[in-house]
Design a protein around this ligand. Structure first.
Ligand SMILES: Cc1ncc(COP(=O)(O)O)c(C=O)c1O
Length: 447
């Protein structure tokens, strides 16, 4: 074991989302190499990266095509500011993003992480109404269990959770509507017979307050960090219809769902929905370099397009906006979707994946099995009849994480929800191996 290096980690580093005291007894895993869907630690142990390194990896680690695009770019231009200057990769990637996204989206605003892609959408929406003479439309609607990042604005529109509860006094007020959480239905209905009544509170809210509401933000079809709540297409369609009817913006946060993860390039395609804003990051560069983008429409763009003295400019930007290396990676990653027929080839794999995870229903502590595209989630419960969850103190997720490592899997549960968030490079054989190992992790838990 490389104790020197790990001791320095302990001495100098404060890791994200981590109770550092947990590292008193053990070290984080020191990863040295990545290839395809595998990561290798400094002792030669091999792990399946079943969570795509925080949901970023799409085509596999260290894909040679993306590597060479980055190397080529590095030999030409490392970075340049993006106000008053531009460069080839940013332009070509923007063109590609517009071409592969819903047809009404025509403009790309770059930033560098998922939270900022959402902040940008919120601020643009807010200013749109000011610029177009409807200044009272200042509020936003978010969903319970929604997650849009850790900056103040993104937290404000996210659902209440352990992530943001400490910061509640700092957050701006936002309306929250129930989450379409079928397993724990907010309306106590069954999906087979329900009429998506969980959308009714949104309609009531809009009826009363739409003249003060700028927009609604949601993760289309899958609330990720809120517990991998995968919800009906019909819900998204209804929200989109209401947003249109009540003249508020529809902001879709595709940071996690974008770039094929749900089986289509973007989750909104399942519902044929045309958002006013689409927020992208994570998979955009295959997880190689930080990049984000907020896509929007001509209508929004035109509301900012005016003589300078009218003060309609969008004053927002980040130093690393549209970094040339990141945009080179993004462009190469999008090209790969075509070159390798990523989504076309995924269909059979996705069908196998959905078939093999059905056996997880046999595990007594698995209360719910949910899935879409390359994502599957298992909600663990103390009692299947009552759906009683494991408590915060049980830290069931920690046991799964540790057992996962012993079984060659990188699993990072979200509370009581264990999930597989797989890259497209996974073969059917690897897929079977990953699900078998995950199954044995869950069946071997001493609870
Ligand atoms: C749907 C969604 N939006 C936004 C974010 C925030 O992205 P980042 O961590 O890059 O700021 C995440 C991160 O998990 C996410 O899942």
């Amino acid at each position: 074991m490389n104790f020197d290096l790990l001791e320095k980690d302990r001495k100098y580093i404060w890791h994200p989302y981590t109770q550092m005291k947990d590292y008193e007894k053990e070290y984080p895993v020191l990863i040295e190499k990545g290839e395809g869907c595998r990561l290798y630690d400094h002792e030669g142990n091999v792990y399946y990266d079943t969570i795509s390194s925080w949901w970023c990896n799409v085509h596999g680690h260290n894909h040679p095509y993306i590597q060479s695009a980055i190397k080529k770019q590095l030999s030409e231009l490392d970075h340049v500011l993006f106000a008053g200057f531009t460069h080839k990769n940013a332009i070509l990637l923007a063109e590609k993003l517009v071409q592969c996204s819903p047809e009404n989206l025509s403009k790309v605003f770059y930033s560098d992480n998922g939270s900022t892609s959402c902040e940008v959408a919120l601020k643009m929406s807010f200013q749109f109404w000011k610029n177009t003479g409807q200044p009272k439309k200042e509020k936003f609607i978010g969903l319970e269990n929604g997650y849009h990042g850790d900056t103040i604005g993104a937290m404000s529109v996210g659902g209440d959770s352990v992530f943001n509860q400490t910061f509640a006094p700092l957050l701006f007020p936002a309306f929250k509507v129930p989450s379409p959480y079928c397993y724990r239905c907010p309306c106590a209905k069954k999906r087979e017979t329900c009429a998506i009544e969980c959308v009714d509170p949104l309609e009531k809210l809009l009826n009363k307050h739409s003249n003060e509401i700028a927009g609604i933000i949601l993760e289309p079809l899958m609330q990720g960090a809120g517990g991998f709540i995968i919800y009906p297409v019909e819900y998204l369609k209804r929200v989109a219809k209401l947003a249109d009817a009540y003249n508020i913006h529809l902001i879709v946060d595709e940071v996690a769902t974008g770039f094929g993860r749900t089986g289509k390039m973007f989750a909104v395609e399942h519902a044929g929905v045309k958002p006013d804003f689409m927020c992208l990051s994570k998979g955009i560069t295959n997880g190689t370099l930080p990049l984000a983008a907020t896509l929007t429409t001509d209508e929004i763009y035109d509301a900012f397009y005016a003589d300078y003295t009218q003060n309609k400019t969008f004053y927002h930007g980040h130093t690393y906006t549209a970094n040339p290396l990141s945009t080179a990676a993004g462009f190469a990653s999008l090209e790969l979707f075509k070159k390798e027929k990523t989504l076309e080839n995924a269909a059979a794999k996705i069908a196998t994946f959905h078939r093999v995870i059905q056996k997880f229903r046999e595990i007594p502590i698995v209360g719910d099995v949910r899935y879409i595209g390359m994502v599957a989630a298992f909600e663990l419960v103390r009692n299947r009849q009552t759906k009683k969850p494991f408590s915060f103190e049980d830290r069931i997720g920690l046991s799964v994480y540790k057992k996962g490592l012993k079984n060659g899997l990188i699993l990072r549960p979200l509370g009581n929800v264990i999930y597989l968030f797989l890259p497209f490079c996974v073969t059917e054989e690897e897929l079977m191996d990953i699900t078998d190992r995950t199954y044995s992790v869950l069946t071997s838990l001493a609870v």
